[in-house]
Write a protein that binds this ligand. Structure first.
Ligand code: DAK
Length: 258
């Protein structure tokens, strides 16, 4: 039995963490199942992924506390490495990933959402890094990504004080792009994914790579990063078609990912 479901809807892949009884908490098996699903996606055919949680209450309520409670130092490091490598893989996938945050996004859940490109939230979403209250630091990238997503002082407040924030506050700080009533979250995520899927896939992929790579380096280096990804697009059929259609005042043919 897998704790992660996958469904392809045309050009969009929907991944659901499905361990509702434990509020979709991430134990080793969930991480393995998630990695299996991520590895099996056909990245030539699928143009955007959505990650969400099963049920109405929780996206992911964190790493599994029961499983890690008895870990020693080496096991703790091993678990952190497993999650970190997977979340980095998600962050650097060749297609955009939208987190549809449908409830609790605590600890590893907040961290999973932050490894996605875009976060949309339901009104009942709650974001936080409660780890210091459990005697640990965030271990799946929270100490690093939170302060890259929101102001450093707010990130430090959330981590030091275990100060969870509701969806509306997450919107105010820019942690999420939009907040929806629960029933409207997945339709909104699918609509946004559909808009992304219509655009030239190589241009979207190169834009993602340029932004992800550029944000970590100096502006001088970042400009070089952009130039390379920009230039690469000129070898694609989609660039030829996209620009020809504009110049000929017609609608472009569907992009071919070539
Ligand atoms: N782990 C395991 N089980 C969990 C869980 C979690 N994170 N969250 C919830 N559950 C389970 C509960 O134990 C309960 O199970 P049963 O008792 O029914 O068997 C079931 O889900 C329903 O939860 P509640 O009964 O508690 O539901 P409530 O609505 O009353 O409360 C809650 C919902 C989300 C407020 C509450 O469950 C809660 O506080 N959960 C823990 C949230 C949390 O602290 N999350 C952060 C986990 S720590 C690292 C690697 C990774 C990490 C850190 C370091 N290294 C190795 C260095 C990451 C750490 C975390 O994510």
């Amino acid at each position: 039995m897998s704790f992660v479901k996958y469904e392809a809807q045309d050009l969009i892949g929907v991944i659901t963490i499905d361990r509702e009884k434990a509020l979709n908490a991430l134990n080793s098996q969930v991480l393995d199942d998630l990695e299996g699903v991520i590895d099996a996606v056909d990245y030539d055919a699928i143009r955007c992924l959505i990650i969400t949680g099963s049920g109405k209450k929780s996206f992911v309520a964190g790493a599994d506390i029961a499983e890690m409670a008895g870990d020693n130092k080496a096991e703790g490091e091993e678990f952190a490495k497993k999650g970190n490598l997977l979340f980095r893989k998600i962050e650097t996938l060749p297609i955009p990933v939208i987190a549809a945050v449908n409830g609790f996004a605590l600890g590893g859940g907040c961290e999973l959402s932050m490894s996605c490109d875009i976060r949309l939230a339901s009104e009942n979403a709650l974001f936080g890094q409660p780890e210091t209250g459990l005697g640990i630091t965030p271990g799946f990238g929270g100490t690093q990504r939170l302060m890259r997503r929101i102001p450093v002082g707010k990130a430090k407040e959330m981590i030091y004080a275990c100060a969870n924030i509701k969806a509306e506050e997450a919107l105010k700080w820019g942690l999420v792009n939009a907040v929806y009533p629960a029933d409207e979250l997945m339709p909104a995520a699918l609509k946004l994914a559909g808009k992304i899927a219509k655009n030239a896939p190589i241009a979207v992929r190169n834009s993602k790579a340029a932004m992800n790579e550029g944000i970590e380096v100096t502006m001088d280096e970042a400009i070089g990063v952009e130039c390379k990804h920009f230039g690469d697009c000129f070898e694609t059929a989609d660039q030829h078609e996209g620009m020809a259609a504009f110049l000929e005042k017609r609608k472009h043919e569907p992009f071919q990912n070539k």
